[in-house]
Structure formats: C-alpha cells, structure tokens
Design a protein. Structure first.
Length: 570
C-alpha cells in the first residue's frame, strides 16, 4: 500500500527535474549573448568577435585541411616569411613575459565561448582579449597557476595581475572576473576593461564613429565578426608592409569595414560592408548591366568576372591582352626591396637561344601602331558593363593546357557590325597578312569567325558584343541570351570553379615553373618550392574540398556590400 505514493513521488520528482532542466535550457537559448564590445576601451584598430571561439579552434585543429597545410610547400614558405617570424617572435616574448613554457598549448587553454579580441597597436601587437570561460576552468590555466610571479593590482573591485619582461619590455596582464577571463598586453587596457565591466562610464569602442558606421550597416553577426578602423589602419606603416594584397591605394578610399563569417556543412559565406569616404560613382545602369550579363555565364565556366562601367581604355586593354595581342607586359614597379638570389654567377640559360641580349625587347606592333580605330569605336559606344570568361582545357595529346577567353561588352546602344569588323581587322591585319590577302570573316551559326589560323570569333547581338578565341565557348554562351536574369543589380560579379580548374592549373604551373625539368621542389629536395607548381598548388590541394567561390559586390551610396560564398564538396 505504501509503494504507490512513493512511485508517484518519484515520478513527480522526475517531472520537476525535467521541467527545471527544460526551463533552464529555454532561458539559456533565449538569453541574448553579451556584446563584449561594451567592455573594450576605445582606440583599437581591429576588433574580432566570435560566438564560440573554442568550437572554431577545435574545428580548425581537427580538420584535415590543417593537417595537410602544415605539411605543404605553402606553409614551408610562410614559415620563413617576415610576417611569420615577427609573429613568432612576439609570441615568444609574450610567453617569456608571462612565465609560460614555450611548448605550452596556451591558446587552447584560454579559448572560451563568447570571445573578443581588440588590437590597439599592430607594430607592438598590443591587444585586449576577453572570453567567456567558467571561473573553475580559468583557474586551471597556466597563467592562474603562476600568478605568484605577477604583481597584484585592482580595478573595478577585481584583482588582476601584471608582469613585465625587463629585456623585451613586454607586459602581460590577466584577470578573472566572474565567468570571464581577461588577457592584455597593457596594464591600462586591463584596468579600463575591468572598470567598464564594473559599470563605470567610459569611452568604449562602441562610441567611435568607425564602429557605429560599420555595425549600423551590417546585418546579423556571424560566427566570426571583424570590424576595422580603415581610416587609421591603412596608413599604418606595419599594415602597409605586411598586408599581402598590397592594394593600399584601393583600400585608402574606405574609412571603416565590417566582415561576418557564416558557416554551414556545405557553405561558408563572408558578408562584408565597407564604408567609402565618398559615394560610389558606379551608375545604376552599369549595375543593372552586370546583373543582365550574369545570365550569359556557362555553368562550367572556370573563371568569370563581370564589372560595371568599364572605361574605354579598360575595354581596349581587355580585348588586347586576352584576345587580339596577348603578350607579356612590363613588370609592375616593385614596392619592396628585392630578395637576394645566391647563384654561381651564370647569366641566362644555355637552353634559351631566342632571347637577344644585345638589343631592347621589341614593342608589340599591335599595341603601339594599330588599334586606333578600335579605341575610337569603344569611345563612341562606351560599355555599361563587361564580362570576361576564361576556362582551361587539356590538349588532345594530354601534354599542354590551353587557356580560352571570351569577352562580352554591353553598351548603351547597338553595336554596328561593319564598324566592329573594320576595327578588329585594322588591329590584327598587320601581324596576320600582307596586303589583306586571305583576310575575311566566315559566317557560322550565330557568329562569325576569322579566316585562317587566327582563332578569333565574334558575335554582335544588338547592344552586346561577344569576342572569343574559342568557337566552342561562343557556342556555349549564345544560347544563354534566351535566359532571364533574376539577379539584383551588381557592381561586380565573379566566380571561380576550383574543382574544375585545380588539376589543369597544377599541370600548367608545372610546365611554366620547370620547363624541361622534372626535378622536384620543396623541403624533401632542399630546394625553394616553385611559386605556382609548389607553393600555390599545395595551397590548392589543401582546400581541394572547396569546389567553387562566388563574389557579389553591390553599392548603395557610401556603402559597399560584398558577399563571398565558398561551396564545399563534402
């Protein structure tokens, strides 16, 4: 008779615990993530924010991409770069100042969930890091265990610890405040953050104009967010030295930027917003034309780029370098000092019997003497948008890789077919024929092809001019004129089929980097890896699972919205 009440009590107790757990889980899901930017003192050049830094770090450490990359030629070259050596030196100085063993996997210890990093000085690598980490776990870190070596301080009612290395003059400060671990390389940054966490009013990163402009223009925060003070970052000497893209002039037009990374099993998407100092000069007609041209891109195009409002000179250069007179142009002016090449003193190569050394290189006749009529045509009928498509193809013998190009120019008015014929003929005739013998255009199904061995194909469709060095590529594009584009207006639309082009790229790069030589490069042979066939090919192999990349750029006033999508094959 007593078992029934006991059974009911057990059931009720279980239900109560289940409901309590459900209520706590609902509270956790509903409670908003605390923005750590409210605790960051004003003045950083760069701010990074992760919803779950620990998971991001675990995913990278456990990924096959990391395991392959650290064994690659790309990593070998990077590990000898100035940037890597500088970062390693700063890391060693930090470990010395903190009194940590040099082999300690310190980052994994201090990686919590909700985390933020603000960098205040790039040259000295001064930063403040805040992460959500249970206090019990914080007290198991190497820093907390060695706090007796630090000098105690107090700010905002919280104790923190400071240590300074006399040789490098680098400071390390850390604190545990509730379920937050704070780490800084300056005592004042640590004290400022603790005062802000205690509720003291002060200037934070959220009060700065570059921050408010960026975050107001962005949407939902991604798994990883980066906000940049471009106004002060770009002129920084260290940034200009170590920024790999070396596009400082282009970046100088922006005052602020924000980037959000969103991850899923099949796709990584990066959404950026850049704030221009002046409003965009790209016309609405140009952006509409780019969206219109996007329908012409074949599904298997290797690389494509559609851009709005190209200048007549840009259109001429595109036609000249890709189709009409492809040649090696002058090398760009070097912005960094040359590297020392230690050789045995030989000049030239015994296998190169064609390059003359007793006279300057001859100028390309087509680019200097010809082309005047084509330039006038492009100036009269200026393009609202241009589309460039390139694909690689293995030769029939399986040895050489051919690169085929197609260009589409969309103009405000219709192209005159006779004028197009005349302008192209005036450009290419001097290098193809004497006295115009055997020169003419053959009518094909939907396009026209130049007589002879020169693989030039054109098609005029009203306001669209199509030109290519491959008739098969033209035959792929022409049916797409019947498609309808549902894409919104774009300033730029580009894509890259990595899965399609990767093998051909490696083959082509091997022929270019090592003509007539099968000698391996890389660490196994003790040689410097070849740039394309070693360095870049190994990076491509590391991310072989990235099947394609797509870039969309839109402008609205002073805001530039960029969306970069990476599709994963598995």
């Amino acid at each position: 008779m007593k078992r029934a009440p006991m059974k009911r009590i057990a059931i009720l107790s279980f239900l109560a615990l289940a409901l309590a757990g459900l209520g706590w889980g609902t509270y956790q899901a509903a409670s908003p993530r605390v923005p750590l930017s409210k605790y960051m003192p004003a003045g950083p050049l760069l701010y990074l924010d992760a919803k779950d830094f620990s998971s991001l770090l675990d995913d990278w450490n456990d990924s096959p991409q990391k395991r392959q990359w650290v064994r690659s030629d790309n990593y070998e070259v990077f590990s000898r770069s100035r940037l890597f050596l500088r970062l390693k030196g700063a890391g060693d100085q930090f470990a010395t100042a903190a009194g940590l063993p040099p082999s300690m996997d310190f980052l994994a210890q201090v990686a919590g969930r909700n985390s933020a990093l603000a960098i205040y000085d790039i040259g000295k690598l001064q930063f403040l890091y805040i992460t959500e980490l249970p206090s019990a776990r914080s007290m198991r870190t190497a820093l907390w265990q060695t706090r007796a070596k630090f000098e105690p301080r107090n700010a905002g009612g919280v104790d923190f610890y400071v240590r300074k290395d006399s040789e490098s003059q680098r400071e390390v400060a850390f604190a545990v405040s509730g379920d937050y671990l704070l780490l800084a390389t300056r005592e004042d940054l640590m004290a400022g953050a603790l005062h802000l966490m205690a509720g003291t009013q002060g200037h934070t990163v959220e009060t700065e104009s570059w921050w408010t402009q960026s975050t107001a223009a962005a949407g939902e925060s991604g798994d990883l967010r980066m906000v940049l003070d471009m106004q002060n970052l770009v002129p920084n000497g260290y940034f200009r030295t170590y920024w790999a893209q070396q596009n400082i002039t282009e970046l100088s037009q922006y005052s602020a930027a924000i980037s959000d990374l969103f991850r899923s099993s099949k796709e990584y998407r990066e959404d950026r917003v850049l704030i221009r100092k002046k409003e965009s000069a790209v016309s609405a007609e140009g952006m509409a034309a780019v969206a219109d041209l996007s329908r012409l891109v074949p599904d298997d195009a290797g690389v494509f780029v559609a851009s709005a409002n190209p200048t007549p000179d840009a259109c001429f250069a595109l036609l000249e370098t890709k189709l009409l007179a492809p040649h090696i142009g002058p090398a760009p002016a070097a912005q960094i000092s040359p590297q020392v090449q230690l050789t045995s003193g030989e000049q030239g190569s015994s296998s190169d019997l064609e390059t003359r050394i007793d006279e300057p290189p001859s100028l390309n006749a087509g680019s200097t003497q010809a082309g005047a009529e084509l330039k006038r045509l492009l100036e009269r009928n200026s393009a609202t948008a241009s589309l460039q498509i390139q694909s690689s193809q293995k030769g029939q013998a399986g040895v050489f890789i051919r690169m085929h190009s197609l260009i589409v120019l969309s103009a405000a008015s219709d192209w005159n077919t006779a004028e197009v014929h005349s302008a192209l003929a005036e450009f290419v005739q001097p290098s193809l024929t004497a006295a115009n013998l055997g020169f003419g255009w053959m009518q094909k199904n939907g396009y026209e092809q130049l007589n002879g061995l020169w693989p030039l194909t054109i098609a005029v469709r009203g306001k669209y001019l199509v030109a290519s060095d491959d008739a098969a590529l033209v035959e792929q594009v022409i049916p797409n004129f019947n498609r309808k584009s549902d894409r919104k207006p774009l300033e730029l639309f580009a894509g890259f089929q990595h899965g399609r082009e990767r093998t051909n790229f490696v083959r082509f790069a091997s022929l270019v980097d090592r003509p007539g030589s099968a000698a391996p490069s890389g660490s196994a042979s003790g040689r410097e890896p070849e740039f394309f066939s070693g360095n870049m090919a190994s990076l491509s192999a590391t991310f072989a699972d990235v099947s394609s990349e797509k870039i969309e750029v839109r402008s609205e006033g002073s805001r530039v919205m960029q969306s970069i999508t990476y599709d994963w094959s598995r």
